[in-house]
Ligand binder design. Sequence first.
Ligand code: ZN
Length: 258
Amino acid sequence: MPEGHTVHRNARDLAPLVGAPLRVSSPQGRFAEEAAQVDGAPLGSVEAWGKHLLLGLGDARYVHVHLGMRGTWLPRPPGEPPIRSARLRVEGAAGTWELVAPSTCELLAPPAAAAVVARLGPDPLRPDADREAALAALGRGTTAIGALLLDQSVVAGVGNVFRAEALHAVGVHPRTPGRSVERSTLERLWDVLVAMMGRAVEDGRIVTVDAQDRSAVPEAEARRVYKQAHCRDCGADVVVEQVGGRTSYACPVEQPAP
Ligand SMILES: [Zn+2]
């Protein structure tokens, strides 16, 4: 399931299209009416905010994309016919991309696009992220830190894998209330998220185990606790439970229960 690193990578992939007119269409048809409204407009910006992508087109309109569970952007080689299920196809001088199976693909006016961003907490992958605001929101939370991390209005872009791996990295149990976590630990947690998510943008996937060559790590062995039977640090049986409505994974030795 896509987390923030995927969306930031999408933004990076689409960035070369900025500054030139964009052919916009909807091979599948569900976005055809909206696509026709912005077809041929210059692409002014591509911005990732947490798990949301905003393409700024022409007359101050935005295409807002959320990948949801299964959405994906696919590069399309020149001359290939469109994928029939593609909700959105964007075609510029620098390349062609198609969006398949997003949970959201909509055309927004600037106020609505700004409202999408305003609902989000700081995004560890953005250089302009307000670290202090994120630390404050986590530190005053009365609910589990594992639930707070998945709340996109607290921190944007963190999904279930980053939650599990970042909390393991700082030795905090997912059920610990946010306000019970020491300030210095919250600071480390934010910094771990920045580094871990940044590496995932570079790698195109989430690898948290140490490796000389992260690209060579098999997918099933890439994480320390997420979907692991045993903690890859200490070998303890990973504890699986529901936190914040999602399955959480924690090491009972390194992340003592509150
Ligand atoms: Zn462990």
